[in-house]
Write a protein that binds this ligand. Sequence first.
Ligand code: ACO
Length: 406
Amino acid sequence: TLGHEVIDVRALGAHGYFTYDPGFLSTASCESKITFIDGDAGILLHRGYPIDELAQNANYLQVCYLLLTGDLPNQEQYDAFRKRVTRHTMVHEQITSLFRAFRRDSHPMAVMCGVAGALSAFYHDSLDINDPRHREIAAYRLISKMPTLAAMSYKYSIGQPFIYPRNDLSYAGNFLHMMFAIPCEEYKVNPVVEKAMDRIFILHADHEQNASTSSVRLAGSSGANPFACIAAGIASLWGPAHGGANEACLKMLEEIGSVERIPHYVARAKDKDDPFRLMGFGHRVYKNYDPRATVMRNTCHQVLQELDIKDPLLEVAMELERIALSDPYFVDKKLYPNVDFYSGIILKAIGIPTSMFTVIFALARTIGWITHWLEMQADPASRIGRPRQLYMGTPTRTVLPLEQRK
Ligand code: ACO
């Protein structure tokens, strides 16, 4: 329980009592060995390893192996894992027809909600949740196919042909290739951009019981198949208070436009009568600097330098960060920049359109979702999720015949 006092309230229900905890601020829904967060100290550990060390010394596929198995791989284990993942990078050819059923201007997240769930219609040998081999192959398929589906959703939206995966490239390199290659030209992945993409994947890999992971667990608790559960996670991630924040943050920076306009937006964020919030600031758990934001900030500078981009948005972002960190409103409420504050600027510099930002988050978070789903399936204490409610409606009354009602 590392630093938390835990009250076990499971027996209360038997005596007619239950707890009331909107937004689950104080309720642990499960036990987990995957990720530890100390929001007050700004600490994030995956299987005991600090996130900044993982971002520095491991790649995304190694982090996937860590989350899935509990340990970082050695070279031999890594090679075998990579080989297994890349065996599943293709999607069933008929899935291309599924894409074509969507309007070209569909939001890629709408497409992803549909196609991720539809994988259950294609891979019947991964649906028996009581069979460990089915569960395992579903996990591999999801890790492998999400980049392919994500890139297809982008290619479809711009009317370009789908690009098949290249298994000789790294996980991030292959994703960039499927996003940006075109059949008539050679495409070379820039190593700095590839590294930045890999970092973005690592920093979004897991974050314990956030809204989307809890959605995956809740859907999974009823026995739903893994692809359907991941579709539930994607749907939950889409909201601007969660995964949609990086898209919303970039739109906000564009709307602010210049450093001189920042005070106006800061004043709006502080005004109780204005629903406007500074996107990319604040976090439900971190009441200190989000450790992922620090790594993201450095990566952001590296990418802009490598690509020689003088982005006025970065100037606005830096000034916004400076003002917010010294403003008593933000300091008192402990509202620090979160991971999405910088990821949007990096993705924009790489050439990824804003509509794809949350798709990339979903791709990266799939490993977290599926690891939690696997942990839940293996946990003998897990049972169907069924929160209670406080009924505040009308007390019992009689149904009058229609002609007698006023
Ligand atoms: N700008 C201005 N004020 C804010 C902000 C913000 N970004 N975030 C919180 N506040 C204020 C609230 O108005 C509230 O003030 P009050 O106490 O005077 O009523 C106080 O801070 C606490 O806010 P809550 O909404 O209660 O905090 P909660 O933990 O429920 O919400 C959340 C966290 C949703 C992330 C919130 O900070 C927010 O909306 N941030 C902007 C969206 C964003 O960046 N989301 C990404 C999260 S990270 C992720 O998903 C990877």
